[in-house]
Design a protein around this ligand. Structure first.
Ligand SMILES: N[C@@H]1[C@@H](O)[C@H](O)[C@@H](COP(=O)(O)O)O[C@@H]1O
Length: 237
């Protein structure tokens, strides 16, 4: 893993932007995208740049079950407002939170990922080490699936909703096997509440208890963290 420690999230956004730019310059055509507060500064740098994704495809990591794409809490809405409105892609895929038949939706999404192999996948990390919505204990050979969110994730994501009760209890998520197929992975983490998860990912045992520790097995991972998220690492990076 290439670990880059920056002062704060704003500086992390600038580093994240460089990874996207390098990928584009090197011919990347398919970008795996993430939501949450973490990638926001990277998306902002991209929006304020002249990078052009109009010949590219995006494939998002996850979406809440039961939420319509035009609902402000949906990940689709997040992507529109943080990136796509300013930087449209040729085509953009997200799971459909309102799919009538979840099993068929999972198949549809796996087919999309198979047909659009991801060149660069950006990831955040949950406080419990989840990536996408792959919670601790998730098997590593799983592709897209419906996840029952853990109380810790529901509590952490409640800040985006009026109350914790409004947070959906399930989500569609790319699986760990799908994520590991991406050519290059960029994981970002900012703030002290990510320090344990970051330590588990980089220095902890490679274990299902910390889903992000699977990244220790990927040949091309860039990790961008701020000093607070790096504060529990025993080695200097
Ligand atoms: N499914 C998302 C993840 O993709 C994200 O990485 C994580 C961290 O969110 P944040 O970046 O807001 O801390 O939260 C959610 O659960």
């Amino acid at each position: 893993m290439k670990v880059i420690v920056v002062k704060d999230q704003a500086a992390g956004g600038k580093e994240g932007y460089k990874v996207f730019k390098d990928a584009l310059d090197n011919g990347a055509k398919v970008f795996g995208l993430a939501t949450g507060s973490t990638p926001v500064t990277t998306y902002k740098e991209i929006v304020n740049s002249d990078l052009d994704f109009s010949n590219c495809t995006s494939v998002n990591l996850d979406e809440y079950v039961g939420i319509a794409p035009d609902n402000e809490q949906s990940y689709k809405y997040f992507m529109q407002s943080h990136l796509f409105d300013a930087k449209p892609f040729k085509e953009s895929f997200l799971p459909n939170g309102l799919a009538d038949d979840p099993a068929a939706e999972v198949k549809r999404y796996d087919k999309i990922i198979d047909e659009h192999p991801i060149d660069l996948q950006i990831l955040g990390i949950g406080r419990n080490g989840h990536i996408g919505f792959n919670e601790p204990g998730t098997a590593r050979d799983v592709t897209t699936h419906v996840v029952d969110l853990t109380p810790s994730t529901i509590e952490a994501n409640a800040r985006f909703f009026e109350s914790e009760n409004d947070v959906p209890k399930q989500a569609f998520s790319m699986g760990l096997a799908s994520i590991m197929k991406s050519k290059h992975l960029l994981l970002e983490a900012f703030g002290e509440d990510k320090a344990d998860a970051v330590k588990g990912m980089i220095e902890g045992p490679d274990s299902l208890d910390c889903p992000a520790s699977i990244l220790q097995n990927h040949p091309d991972v860039t990790v961008i963290i701020d000093e607070a998220a790096a504060s529990k690492l025993s080695k200097k990076y």
